[in-house]
Design a protein around this ligand. Sequence first.
Ligand SMILES: Cc1cc2nc3c(=O)[nH]c(=O)nc-3n(C[C@H](O)[C@H](O)[C@H](O)COP(=O)(O)OP(=O)(O)OC[C@H]3O[C@@H](n4cnc5c(N)ncnc54)[C@H](O)[C@@H]3O)c2cc1C
Length: 263
Amino acid sequence: MENFGYHTPASVADAAKILDAHEDAKLMAGGMTLLPTLKQRLAAPSDLIDLAGIAELKGISRVGDEIVIGAMTPHADVHESALVREAIPGLAALAGQIGDPAVRHRGTIGGSISNADPASDYPAGLVGHGATVVTNKRKIAADDFFTGLFDTALEPGEIVTTVRFPVPLWSTYQKLRHPASGYAVVGVLVAQTKDGVRVAVTGAGPSVFRIAAMETALSQSFSAKAIEGITIPADDMNNDMHASAAYRAHVVTVLAKRAVASR
Ligand SMILES: Cc1cc2nc3c(=O)[nH]c(=O)nc-3n(C[C@H](O)[C@H](O)[C@H](O)COP(=O)(O)OP(=O)(O)OC[C@H]3O[C@@H](n4cnc5c(N)ncnc54)[C@H](O)[C@@H]3O)c2cc1C
């Protein structure tokens, strides 16, 4: 690990000022991904801006028809939150399936989505529920936030502050876990919302994606039978030591049907 400056701002405004003042600075949430990256010398930021002391980035509230989750809220808090369990039980269940207890108590929703690991669970949670990512500069629809492999719409100097989830009529998350890390080999979120059905897939491709054909079929008839003939091409699926592209494509339909059948 190289030397770096270490900052502990107490507000988002202060964090943003420090970020703007240091070209090679990095924000740190729980450090679950960032610290191993530094230890392996895959990154060498000039400064670390630790967000842990910023109270306004923590916590969960209900505002009208939305659940609002602060960027520094760890996965365990989302899983255990009575508010989330009551309004969006599918999201509470998703958070409870991330990694292991240590990961869930240290990893945060803001760090997870900013990192945009293709095998992470929250991208399906955000896109599946039609969530909105709020930063210190603007609001970004989840559909526009995840732009590729480890890539997001975040601009330099932008800090995720909250994620806003509209309360769905119903949703659930089905996941094929990697047996060692817990990451999603494939994860499928199905939600019934007042604007129709949403089907979002993580783990299978380089970035989260929706399946329009399933959404249309399920909006007409919400049954596993309605989507059993809908397959997705393996061409764009991830192909690695954990699972082949063809297997991942197959599992997407299996998990989507399982999700719908659990209604
Ligand atoms: C062993 C292990 C198993 C895991 N299993 C799973 C799993 O099953 N499913 C899953 O989804 N995830 C899994 N994870 C990932 C984990 O859940 C964390 O969410 C992820 O590592 C990010 O950690 P963090 O929140 O501490 O962010 P950090 O590591 O501190 O930061 C990650 C990145 O996000 C940036 N960042 C952090 N906060 C912000 C912010 N507010 N605004 C803008 N940028 C920001 C940082 O600069 C950095 O680039 C696993 C991780 C480990 C180590």
